[in-house]
Design a binder for this molecule. Structure first.
Ligand SMILES: Cc1cc2nc3c(=O)[nH]c(=O)nc-3n(C[C@H](O)[C@H](O)[C@H](O)COP(=O)(O)OP(=O)(O)OC[C@H]3O[C@@H](n4cnc5c(N)ncnc54)[C@H](O)[C@@H]3O)c2cc1C
Length: 491
């Protein structure tokens, strides 16, 4: 940034403070905390704004457009891609305080402000026998605005779909400051272009979401959990394909863990659930729904596992189910025994090619010498590939980057996508050219220019290349961090 821009931004910030008073903070601690997100690479914000109502959001954009100040919208800052950081400084608009929501039981909608925490929406829906299914593992912290902006997924997508599938209508502001409503609070409508979905997954670059209408569905009344061990990773993934192909059962969870993930998790727990085959690749399966349906589905699952797995366990109550889940919950944190840093990729490939990707990753391990642990949502092709490395050596960082590049090239070759749920932000920008054609880039840039002619909202993301492994992360412990993750590039 040059001196002229600095002084213009400073003047704009002074006017903003006069207009919005205590909603604006320039406290150094506040600026620091809003300079990074889950990626932990820090930038310097000029001001943090915590609007108390929508008209203050409009004022922010009005002034930002006059003085050309970058604005980065933020929910909980739990993104792992750097998408919520103020890369070019300017103002961070923190919407986490606009967090009220209410359930309309007749329409079966939830009307939420953007800052509402997803876990709280889920709990409130369940209290009324309703269900908001999208379940990113960060749901205790992340906001519905952030989930919509990233089109967040989670563990249950195989049966219930992603955030996009539950968004009925969105209210908020265009980058130029005009208030808009995309979609209606109605069960159906067929008027005009579907601009609502343009905002879903736009990572805060095409508008600011202040309100959302979400679809709720009836809550499943029962569930059954299984954990199965297999001889090889391919056996797990081919067995998943066979179940899906059969079509009689639609599990809500089909979570895969490769050997490295299992060994780490078992080490952390201090025991194995399968003494005859410790450290073997695992599959966690859950079926849910009406109790009669769950009983029928569970029988099918047992037959399927009896014919494909080495051994399996079935939980008969919640305490047992929690024990089966423990290995999945512990695997991510346990990886920090393998390296002090992680490059975490949330790639997605066609389900029938998952085993090919996992086997290719074995060759990447061999050629780079780095531990790479894979786990994830086998039922929808979305695997988390965790390249563990020692950040203290520049050479090792480059090797880790090479490993990620090899994986991404393979993903795209298999017809997959470089992100299944986290989005692009900064972290995935080195790989976008592998996936998007020049026509796709040109179209996305044209949309951005049409809606945000002054490039106010979240500049520096998606279109510019940023290599996270070349930057040192801030040493900070975030609420969701695992004990050994402090200072790592991704938790
Ligand atoms: C431990 C952990 C587990 C995770 N597990 C999952 C998972 O299972 N599945 C998954 O999909 N993700 C997961 N994530 C990633 C992250 O939680 C999600 O991307 C989440 O959607 C981010 O929400 P947030 O409120 O923190 O948004 P932020 O991180 O604050 O922002 C994310 C992006 O959304 C934009 N944004 C935020 N609010 C708005 C708004 N109101 N209007 C417009 N743009 C906005 C920001 O500008 C930014 O580009 C995980 C993260 C962590 C730390």
């Amino acid at each position: 940034m040059n001196t002229l821009t600095d002084s213009t931004h400073a003047r704009a910030t002074t006017i903003l403070q006069q207009r919005l008073n205590e909603s604006v903070s320039v406290e150094p601690d506040d600026l620091d905390r809003h300079g990074y997100d889950g990626l932990k690479i820090a930038f310097q914000a000029d001001a943090v704004i915590r609007p108390s109502n929508e008209s203050e959001v409009g004022t922010v954009l009005e002034l930002a457009n006059i003085f050309e100040v970058p604005v980065t919208t933020r929910g909980a800052g739990s993104t792992l891609t750097g998408s919520a950081t103020p890369k070019y400084g300017g103002w961070v608009l923190d919407l986490s305080g606009m967090d009220t929501f209410e359930i309309d039981p007749i329409s079966n909608f939830c009307h939420a402000q953007a800052g509402a925490v997803v876990g709280r929406i889920q709990d409130a829906a369940l209290e009324q026998n309703r269900f908001y299914p999208p379940d990113p593992s960060s749901l205790k912290w992340c906001t519905i605005g952030g989930n919509i902006a990233c089109n967040a997924g989670g563990l249950r997508c195989v049966k219930y779909g992603v955030t996009r599938d539950y968004v009925v209508a969105l209210g908020g502001f265009l980058p130029t400051g005009e208030p808009v409503q995309f979609g209606r609070d109605l069960k159906k409508f067929a008027s005009g272009y579907n601009l609502r979905d343009l905002w879903v997954g736009s990572e805060g670059m095409l508008g600011i979401i202040t309100r959302a209408t979400l679809k709720l569905i009836p809550a499943p009344r029962d569930r059954r959990t299984f954990l199965a061990s297999f001889q090889t990773e391919r056996a797990v993934l081919e067995s998943v394909q066979a179940l899906l192909e059969d079509g009689r059962v639609q599990p809500s969870i089909l979570e895969f863990l490769d050997r490295l993930s299992v060994r780490g998790a078992e080490g952390r727990i201090g025991r194995t659930l399968f003494p005859r085959s410790p450290g073997s690749p695992l599959l966690l399966v859950e079926v849910d729904g009406h109790p009669a349906q769950v009983t029928e589905d569970a029988e099918c699952v047992k037959q399927w596992l009896a014919s494909s797995a080495v051994e399996f366990l079935e939980a008969t109550n919640k305490a047992e189910a929690d024990q089966l889940w423990e290995v999945r919950r512990k695997c991510s944190g346990a990886m920090f025994e393998l390296g002090n840093s992680k490059l975490n990729q949330d790639v997605v490939v066609p389900i029938r090619l998952e085993a090919d990707l996992v086997e290719f990753i074995e060759t990447v391990r061999e050629s780079t010498g780095l531990p790479i642990a894979v786990f994830g949502h086998a039922g929808d092709g979305n695997l988390h590939v965790n390249v563990m490395y020692d950040r203290r050596s520049m050479d090792v960082r480059e090797t880790a980057a090479k490993a990620v590049k090899m994986v991404m090239e393979k993903v795209v070759e298999l017809g997959g996508s470089i992100s299944g749920e986290h989005g692009i932000g900064l972290a995935k920008t080195p790989f976008t050219k592998m996936e998007f054609s020049s026509a796709q880039f040109a179209t996305m840039k044209a949309v951005k220019k049409a809606l945000d002619p002054r490039n106010i909202l979240n500049p520096g993301k998606l279109f510019e290349t940023f290599e996270p492994w070349r930057h040192d992360p801030v040493e900070v412990q975030l609420p969701w961090d695992h004990a050994k993750a402090s200072g790592s590039i991704e938790p």
